[in-house]
Design a protein around this ligand. Structure first.
Ligand code: GCU
Length: 412
């Protein structure tokens, strides 16, 4: 039975991968520019001309995006490290590996999540990549060792069976489960990973229940979506990691793929302590414009994953808002937007236009901004870095080459 299900899932994933790879390529000509201009007048606020004007504008945009798209994240309480354990794990040569249990809040409102914290041996003030994972931290280690925590009931189906790992890596890339520990150790990067579904499960029933429990006094139609909470978890991770002298508190990077890429971009927009963001294939509700004409539509995403957002998003965004403003809220801190030209569902052209729309805010704040001239143009020294490769949805070794080049340029 399990074998049959595995074969079926393998076939479905292979078909999905093949379709993604063959889909007609993203088209910049057909894609409208981002509107409104990011520095133009906004809801009675005069146009932004100076950096001081931007510090007046940014909080207005932040509030507007939370109201219309993500909802305001509920208070998760103080983050403290409840337990730390050293682990010896296969494939992690060069890293000191620890498992941290992080507690959020107290009493009946207490929540927990588990982090795998890897620091290059002997590291002091290392740059640190904080990653949210699609599957568990156990899944990020070769052989899925039982010593690494896994919250099985909260996990999406394909993450539960060990048998599917080889298929996931064939279809979604060698690095879909987690990073190459050895490579990161050699390049001097520390990394902390966790599965955000431990706090708000990525599930249409359990997710909304968790959010309702976190915000009992907020009317249902104004509640935050899961992405707002997942974004806040980057900040909670920052709280506990930044006091560890092995890491440089000024060089903490939020990394997310797809749904967690949406969360990573929002995290950067809300928390100026994050030094940079890597948002890979974040798509609708992430880097791609909500008013885009390609890829997953706003109706499709809110039908399938309504609980990721505040309910207002399903009705569309106000004319004066779009995702270029979200990218701009990260300025002048560097952002890498990763895309796959076969991953048309995540709408690379809509992300390209959003990056272009965010560019004036970056330049105003002294960043080189966004200079890519087309989908193939990779310029790692830009402020908003465009990374695009062939093929579909997933995380590959080529993606990591680009991520590390971006980080070497901006953060290291
Ligand atoms: C679905 C969803 C996307 C999302 C993706 C992912 O495809 O429609 O919006 O980005 O899952 O997280 O992998």
């Amino acid at each position: 039975m399990i074998f049959r299900r595995t074969i079926l899932a393998m076939v479905a994933l292979a078909i999905f991968g093949a379709l993604a790879a063959c889909a007609s390529p993203p088209n910049l000509q057909k894609q409208p520019d981002a509107t409104p201009p990011v520095l133009g007048a906004f809801r009675g606020d005069r146009p932004v001309v100076t950096a001081a004007d931007w510090s007046r504008r940014a909080p207005l945009l932040r509030e507007a995006l939370l109201d219309a798209v993500y909802g305001h994240p509920p208070d998760l309480g103080e983050a403290t490290v409840e337990a730390r354990e050293k682990l010896t794990l296969p494939g992690a040569d060069g890293m000191d590996m620890e498992q941290w249990t992080v507690k959020l809040g107290d009493g009946s409102n207490r929540r927990r999540f588990h982090m795998l914290v890897a620091s290059p041996k002997g590291a002091a003030h290392a740059p640190l990549i904080v990653m949210e994972l699609f599957c568990s931290t156990r899944n990020a280690v070769k052989g899925r060792p039982a010593s690494v925590f896994e919250d099985a009931p909260a996990l999406p189906g394909p993450c539960r069976s060990h048998d599917l790992d080889p298929v996931l890596t064939v279809v979604l890339g060698k690095r879909i489960g987690g990073p190459d520990w050895k490579q990161l150790a050699q390049r001097g990067y520390a990394v902390a990973l966790f599965y955000p579904g431990e706090v708000v499960p990525d599930d249409g029933v359990l997710g909304p229940q968790a959010i309702a429990a976190l915000s009992p006094d907020t009317p249902a139609d104004r509640r935050a979506g899961a992405i707002a909470v997942w974004a806040d978890l980057f900040s909670k991770a920052y709280d506990v990691l930044s006091v560890d002298p092995r890491f440089d508190a000024g060089k903490v990077v939020a990394w997310g793929h797809s749904r967690h890429g949406k969360a990573a971009l929002l995290a950067g927009a809300l928390d100026p302590r994050l030094a940079a963001v890597i948002a890979h294939q974040s798509g609708r509700g992430g880097a791609s414009l909500s008013r885009s004409v390609a890829g997953e539509s706003l109706t499709q995403i809110t039908r399938s994953y309504g609980f990721w957002f505040t309910p207002a998003y399903a009705k569309g965004v106000p004319d004066d808002l779009d995702q270029h403003q979200l990218i701009a809220l990260n300025a002048p801190r560097p952002v890498l937007l990763g895309t796959g030209r076969g991953d048309t569902w995540s709408d690379p052209a809509g992300a390209f236009k959003a990056a272009k729309g965010a560019d004036p805010a970056y330049r105003l704040l002294g960043s080189p901004g966004f200079n890519a001239q087309g989908l193939h143009d990779y310029r790692p020294a830009d402020g908003v870095v465009w990374w695009s490769r062939p093929l579909g949805h997933g995380v590959t070794t080529a993606d990591w080459r680009a991520f590390l080049e971006f980080l070497d340029t901006h953060v290291k």
